[in-house]
Design a protein. Structure first.
Length: 153
């Protein structure tokens, strides 16, 4: 986040009219340090597919926690990223909400044939009837085959 953006976010926060959320387009923990240290955000929104995966995401959450700032994952990518983000939301204290793409996106809606979560009335919950491997999903093989491309070597 550029220093001018941080200053603008601070001005918005100081006006006290709304909470300031951001960070969805920052990459890796290093890009979160300055905005969090300067307290330019009320809510940090790392995107697990942009931050460098689960390990970096967890470091960002810890950094935010050390500055008294809550987190709300941002997910505008794939079903795999969504499941990873939800695992963190359900497992790590401090997660408030998650911003998810509401636009038609087959990589969110069709990529997975089974999930460890249910979604209803704008809310995710754990589906206790599912015991799935890894982070809690099964890939939709038909979807994968539809988009498979062989490398050109």
């Amino acid at each position: 986040m550029a220093s001018y953006q941080i200053k603008d976010y601070i001005k918005i926060k100081e006006a006290g009219l709304i909470k300031v959320a951001g960070g969805e387009n920052l990459y890796g923990v290093r890009e979160f340090v300055s905005p969090l240290e300067q307290r330019s955000l009320d809510l940090v929104q790392p995107d697990i597919t942009k931050t460098g995966g689960v390990s970096e995401f967890l470091k960002i959450i810890e950094l935010a926690k050390n500055h008294g700032i809550e987190y709300a994952p941002h997910m505008f990518s794939t079903g795999i990223g969504l499941m990873a983000s939800l695992q963190i939301m359900f497992g790590i204290e401090g997660g408030k909400i998650m911003e998810v793409d509401g636009n038609p996106n087959p990589f969110l809606s069709e990529m997975l044939s089974e999930r460890f979560v249910k979604f209803a009335d704008g809310d995710f919950s754990i589906d206790d009837t599912k015991e799935l491997p890894g982070i809690g999903f099964v890939l939709n093989q038909d979807f994968i085959d539809k988009y498979r491309r062989e490398p050109k070597i």
